[in-house]
Write a new protein. Structure first.
Length: 92
């Protein structure tokens, strides 16, 4: 008898940040900039509200242009460190 079992595990992390309208430059990283350092593929650094962005390790800084003042949720989702995604949504 052969049993195929698949386990799908996702890690989901989020932070809510109050932003003014302007360009906001950032990375997803630990304080030492080496344990975790997720960012954009070079040349594809723009983050758009409501659009999933695939992250890479030790890439370029990302830019998010908040179109209005408010609190934005930055959510990183992934089952591994190979291809996590980022989603930015406005809360208020």
């Amino acid at each position: 008898m052969v049993i195929n079992a698949y386990v799908l595990c996702y890690a989901i992390y989020h932070v809510d940040i109050a932003l003014a309208t302007d360009d906001n430059e950032f990375k997803i990283a630990t304080a030492d900039w080496s344990t975790i350092d997720f960012s954009a593929i070079a040349g594809d650094d723009a983050v758009t509200e409501g659009v999933l962005k695939t992250l890479v390790e030790k890439g370029a800084n990302m830019h998010f242009n908040a179109t209005s003042v408010g609190t934005y949720r930055f959510t990183v989702t992934g089952s591994s460190t190979e291809s996590p995604t980022l989603l930015v949504t406005k809360l208020n």
